[in-house]
Design a protein around this ligand. Structure first.
Ligand code: SF4
Ligand code: SF4
Length: 295
């Protein structure tokens, strides 16, 4: 297990009710994703932007996009019908931090209505140096960052561009900014007692042999767990013709990395508006708006 001494007992108690961070919790507690973050600030070659963010979702399903007051209304409705709901996550359909005003407002409204709820954010990490202090101050204790590599030249094969502070950066330049910000952000969050889960998309022939190095690095920075996920080749994406990473390859890699850091093995790559127990999605029961294309 991760040796993260700054994590308080209160956070560990909450984590026991988080279906993604705790294997034992995933049959007992439900989570909901609120799709309040449509825009993204980078372009991953495995994403085609018609679908939800592959940080946290399977392709093929677009989401409705909610305003913060709509998010609160939806939370209340779901909580009423699913009392074992323990976690509210923001996982796209773009990036939670590229839509920070919406993300922050939605969390604040729900926090006011229900101080007990556990919040969870998923991000590509580009804006973490900017917003990690606010995340800590807001009392958010669970953050997922997708880190696919540590090397900007390798990153140039995974990310097409990065939009940062009004500029667009391509190739290794953009990847370098992204990687630096991810690592700086993870370190900061872990230092302040946030449990950081690192998602890694395993792309055969691109980053697979590099994954153990990523796991060791994020462990050194204080990450709590890593979640090695299969590449799901999305139509229209650069990796559309790549084979989907097999379960066997995935398990082998997880076994290898388990020596360094605990591995999540029950991720369902949920959609950005998923609701319910993991693997038992009830989002269609609660859909209340017309579907919109992500920005
Ligand atoms: Fe797509 Fe997510 Fe990558 Fe943004 S961070 S390009 S939404 S996969
Ligand atoms: Fe949990 Fe994985 Fe679903 Fe995220 S995508 S809510 S980590 S099971």
């Amino acid at each position: 297990k991760s040796d993260n001494r700054k994590v308080s007992q209160d956070v560990l108690n909450k984590t026991d009710k988080h279906p993604c961070y705790s294997f034992e919790a995933h049959h007992k507690y439900a989570r909901m994703h609120l799709p309040v973050a449509p825009a993204c600030n980078i372009s991953c070659n495995y994403c085609n932007r018609k679908y939800d963010c592959s940080n946290e979702s399977r392709p093929g399903v677009t989401s409705e996009v909610l305003s913060p007051p709509e998010a609160l209304a939806k939370y209340k409705l779901v909580k009423e019908r699913i009392p074992n709901l323990s976690v509210v996550g923001i996982a796209g359909p773009g990036d939670a931090l590229a839509n920070w005003a919406n993300t922050r407002k939605s969390i604040e409204l729900i926090q006011q209505a229900d101080p007990e709820v556990i919040f969870c954010l998923s991000t590509n990490g580009l804006m973490l140096p900017e917003f990690a202090p606010e995340i800590v101050e807001m009392g958010i204790k669970h953050v997922t960052v997708t880190v696919n590599c540590l090397d900007p030249y390798l990153g140039a094969k995974i990310y097409k561009y990065v939009k940062y502070k009004g500029q667009r950066y391509e190739g290794s330049w953009g990847a370098g900014i992204l990687i630096n910000n991810q690592l700086e952000g993870i370190k900061y969050l872990a230092q302040f007692g946030v449990l950081v889960k690192v998602n890694i998309v395993m792309i055969p022939g691109i980053n697979d042999s590099h994954i153990p190095e990523v796991v060791r690095k994020v462990k050194e920075l204080g990450a709590f767990i890593t979640n090695i996920m299969p590449l799901i080749p999305a139509d229209g994406s650069v990796f559309a013709e790549f084979p989907q990473t097999s379960k066997k390859e995935l398990d082998k890699m997880r076994d290898l990395c388990q020596v360094d850091l605990q591995q999540m093995r029950h991720c369902k790559q949920c959609r950005a508006d998923a609701i319910g127990l993991l693997g038992d999605d009830r989002s269609l029961e609660f859909s209340c708006k017309e579907k919109k294309e992500p920005v």
